[in-house]
Design a protein around this ligand. Sequence first.
Ligand code: NDP
Length: 327
Amino acid sequence: MFNGILIEKDERGYRAGCQSLDEAQLPAGNVLVRVAYSTLNYKDGLAITGKGPVVRSFPMVPGIDLAGIVEQSDYPAIKPGDSVLLNGWGVGEKHWGGLAQKARLNGDWLIPLPEGLTHRQSMAIGTAGYTAMLAVIALEKNGVTPAHGKVLVTGANGGVGNFAVAFLTRLGFQVEASTGRQEEAEHLRQLGATSIIDRGLLDAPGRPLAKEQWAAAIDCVGSHTLANVCAGLQYQGTVAACGLAQGMDLPASVAPFILRGITLAGVDSVMRPPRDRIEAWRRVAALVDDELLSSISREIGLDEVIATAARLMDGKVRGRIIVDVNR
Ligand code: NDP
């Protein structure tokens, strides 16, 4: 038996709770992992509270991220005792996820724990940090360098945004952070932002072309914000789009594309092939340290997950939540 969060949906309604589970209940898979740490992402919050249609089959153990030690393996490249990391692949949505002491998974989904990181550190980073690095790499692939000018990060006080600000700064970029939480301005400055703007400047319908302000951007917000970011990019600028915090729509004009040659680069972390994951995590491991991770994250136990998920949905949680599934 082991402990885990279980989401159920039946005639009694939608509910989630911490339960004792039987290993025999675990889904099919060729690798059994003893989970050390998981995280609580926005997507996990949606799954646990039922506020978004994240869970595709019930009952479900949520948790899109996990790090732990392999207990059993029928997968050739993975052996018992290996430290492994998982992000995405529909885990916690259609396959039981990381918010439990054990997980049975497909070996194709696992990558080795990046060198230099502990299980706990990798979960302080989680999908948020890994996605922020994928976005940075997308800008680099489009030729963006610090010499080109200022880079904007929208949704800067979210998990992806915090890491995007920190990574860009550590890579030598000048970063402007857009946020709705001015009370967190000092935290953003500590992460490296040199200027901070109110997200209200970007979230309403705007002009097809605006003043050229940014060489590049990482956008966590979508909707009018992304449209305004496109309109304000410098000639041949690039925006990496990775989120939809304001909305899934994109009410934009082609003007910045055909008159300024800008690039809109999409970022997906969920189905990313292993070589991209390994490269992104290698880059992340080289940039982070304990001081950065502890300024962005805090730890909770499994029995605090349900209450914290509700606070997350109410926008009352800043930064990253690490879940120690063994306490
Ligand atoms: P968080 O909830 O931690 O942060 C989202 C941030 O967006 C908030 O902190 C806030 O920033 C801003 N925001 C929220 N609501 C609005 C709004 N109505 N208008 C404008 N800004 C808003 O989420 P994450 O950082 O974990 O994820 C960011 C986005 O990226 C999410 O949409 C998430 O679904 C997506 N995502 C996508 C991935 C991919 O593979 N493409 C992977 C991971 C996440 P502030 O407080 O600074 O204003």
